[in-house]
Design a protein around this ligand. Structure first.
Ligand SMILES: [Zn+2]
Length: 227
């Protein structure tokens, strides 16, 4: 009752389409949930996300959850997650995707989830890493450890959203990431996670850093893939 009255004054809207949410809907409305284009890459190990890393770094498994289209629902969701403080989007997408990922055998071989890190300075400005809630949600639903202490960024790169592709590749050279590990981190299978897979160069650089750890294996999962 109290919740309903609150909703009268502060109505909750869908973070994908801005329409009012029904009382049984949470964060993303039913219509958006049906319209969001799922990649279904988890069903095919030789999928297009996996192929992005061919000849670059050895990857055991790679998949993205949904397709990112300009002006689409997913762009709206990522924007709200990244710039408007709506971290609950990551939680919802993580819960949703973990149901799919549970069907793949590969997930059972993974030891830890590692987020692509933000630089400390950027973290201070934004207040949070946009992949944290997604990663923690996957970790709790898949019974995996979430570890944000191994991989870190060594230098600051300016926000890349407004730069062209060429410049973006240039910014993300593999000197940007490094690892800090000890003996308990060796021989582990890491699931590297990020928000949107575009060229894959950031993940490739992160993967190269993680592969400095003896016996490391890498898998990759992203919320979305630009298409
Ligand atoms: Zn909606």
């Amino acid at each position: 009752m109290f919740k309903n009255i609150l909703n009268l004054f502060y109505p909750k809207v869908c973070l994908g389409c801005n329409f009012l949410l029904l009382s049984n809907e949470n964060v993303i409305c039913t219509r958006c949930r049906h319209e969001i284009p799922l990649t279904l890459q988890h069903l095919n190990t030789q999928n297009e996300a996996f192929k992005k890393f061919y000849g670059k770094i050895p990857v055991e498994f790679a998949a993205t959850f949904v397709y990112f289209h300009k002006k689409g629902i997913v762009q709206q969701l990522i924007h709200n997650l990244k710039y408007k403080g709506h971290q609950e989007i990551g939680t919802v997408l993580g819960e949703w995707y973990s149901n799919d990922l549970k069907q793949t055998l590969h997930v059972q071989e993974i030891d830890e989830i590692i987020p692509v890190p933000l630089h400390k300075r950027k973290l201070k400005i934004r207040g949070y890493n946009q992949v944290t809630t997604f990663g923690k949600s996957l970790a709790s639903n898949l019974n995996l450890r979430y570890n944000e202490n191994i991989l870190f960024r060594t230098k600051y790169s300016k926000t890349q959203t407004k730069k062209n592709l060429l410049h973006r590749i240039d910014v993300n050279n593999d000197t940007v990431f490094d690892v800090e590990y000890n003996s308990k981190d060796i021989n582990k299978h890491f699931l590297l996670i990020d928000d949107v897979l575009t060229t894959g160069s950031t993940l490739e650089a992160c993967g190269k850093a993680l592969l400095k750890i003896p016996g490391a294996k890498i898998s990759i999962v992203c919320m979305a893939m630009s298409h």
